[in-house]
Ligand binder design. Structure first.
Ligand code: IDP
Ligand code: MG
Length: 144
């Protein structure tokens, strides 16, 4: 997901481009402003953290671009492309390393396990945008 700061800072195209060029397949995408209930459910594992309220306020502060990406090892790889949670610790070349300076404004979210990826896709998309199972023409050039 491109968080509200990423949308406002016109980084949507760059984020998509990095995942697309890596070779992952975009399966769903939508721009919308999430409500508090959705943000709280998404981040429920962090509900006891002192920054939880600020985090929820940040996520609902503007439109986000929610996406589902598919591919071999996509969760782990996308987390690498995104970089460390604290952008000052994120390596140059990663999204957060290149574009952000603060943990509370770190531009993107990436699921941390395939199980959470499934959970989050269901939460963010439900039935309202179908997850599209299309054939990527480059597939034979990406995977032997
Ligand atoms: P992740 O996004 O790298 O998976 P998590 O630990 O799951 O990191 O935290 C979720 C989000 O909560 C972070 O991306 C960041 O926006 C916010 N966050 C995490 N730790 C802090 C903090 O110490 N201060 C403020 N915001 C935080
Ligand atoms: Mg996380």
């Amino acid at each position: 997901m491109v968080k509200p700061d990423g949308v406002q800072r016109a980084l949507v195209g760059d984020v998509i481009s990095r995942l697309e060029r890596k070779g992952f397949r975009l399966a769903a995408l939508k721009l919308f402003q999430p409500d508090k209930a959705l943000a709280e459910e998404h981040y429920k594992d962090l509900s006891s953290k002192p920054f939880f309220k600020d985090l929820v306020d940040y996520i609902i502060s503007g439109p986000v671009v929610a996406m589902v990406w598919e591919g071999a090892g996509v969760v782990k790889s996308a987390r690498k492309l995104i970089g460390a949670t604290n952008p000052l610790e994120a390596e140059p070349g990663t999204i957060r390393g290149d574009f952000a300076v603060q943990t509370g404004r770190n531009v993107v979210h990436g699921s941390d396990s395939p199980e959470n990826g499934e959970r989050e896709a269901a939460l963010w998309f439900g039935n309202d945008v179908p997850i599209v199972d299309w054939q990527q023409v480059a597939a034979p050039w990406l995977r032997e």
